[in-house]
Write a protein that binds this ligand. Sequence first.
Ligand code: NAD
Length: 360
Amino acid sequence: MSTNPQVPNNLNIVPFVSVDHMMKIVGKIGMEQILKGIADYIEVDFKRWQLFDKTSRVASHSEKGVIELMPTSDGELYGFKYVNGHPKNMKEGLQTVTAFGVLSSVDTGYPILFSEMTILTALRTAATSVMAAKYLARKNSSCMAIIGNGAQSEFQALAFQSMLGINKLRLYDIDPIATRKCSDNLKGQGFEITLCKSAKEAAQGADIITTETADKLCATILTDDMVTEGVHINAVGGDCPGKTELAREILLRSAIFVEYAPQTRIEGEIQQLEENYPVNELWQVIRGEHVGRENNQQITLFDSVGFAIEDFSALRYIRDQLDKPGMSDMYEKLDMIADPDDPRDLYGMVLRSGGMSKVA
Ligand code: NAD
């Protein structure tokens, strides 16, 4: 697995992966393989945690939602994602979450990849969730509840099926149309699916509970009585100040695992707890520096908010795929960087292009 920037010969031409290209890439590689591939890259990068520049994302909040920038670097590559979160969008026929991202060479500062990241975010979020569950869920888990059956839901189901063997799903959404859509999309993929009438019903008998609802408020999607011994909670939807999904009592009964604690304390479920409440960062578990699940009775909680390194890994994965045979029509080449023959003669290049009107 290469971490080399592998910049193209022509540095001013940058590969661009559009939404259409990304769908073709998923089709060519296969959903299961791409989820596994991204999960592997994230795991490799979480093992190299200390190498990365880490910062909480830069968020611009409004009444309607949030727009965020998520940068990081491993010293060789630099990446960032632009992402929004607008729960009200869905009712207007728009995506709650959209994103795009850039990967650059630290050596030159030149970009080496531009990519859509709306689909890639759904893939990387599911890949991160299942990577966490690999360490935190009970080994014989087979049944997952998914509460919130929107854009992220099928990706989560398929990731948990391919990497953890989840073959039973219990679906619930306040909007039955969303549950029907999720169930129809997953038909014929080897799941036994139960459509539920409440979050409580969905949680019954589940080994893993995934919450991925969208509302800009401190909601209580799961109450304490819905969470039984040994359950692993994959809490994905609470990812902003003032936007949570779990009753506080659940947090007090759980072993809590986060991506990057300074960011999660602002945005995650743990914003409900006092500042120094003990939590574990996932990379420590992956590196064997901290124990994950301790026994089959423990309740484990992955308080997912989404961290920049996951996006960096996903971009790095896509960049490496583009170098493989048969991938040349999976991107287009953008003329992104000005490239005068003499680097100091930027003006001369514009002048000689003939595009400037003469000054009288
Ligand atoms: P979406 O708008 O497509 O779907 C959200 C679904 O939640 C909708 O179907 C809605 O009807 C349902 N819902 C809302 N309130 C509910 C309730 N009380 N009970 C049951 N269902 C309810 O959004 P999406 O793209 O699927 O994203 C889901 C959430 O995950 C969002 O809050 C988003 O910000 C978050 N997210 C987190 C990460 C991460 O890395 N942690 C990544 C992507 C998205």
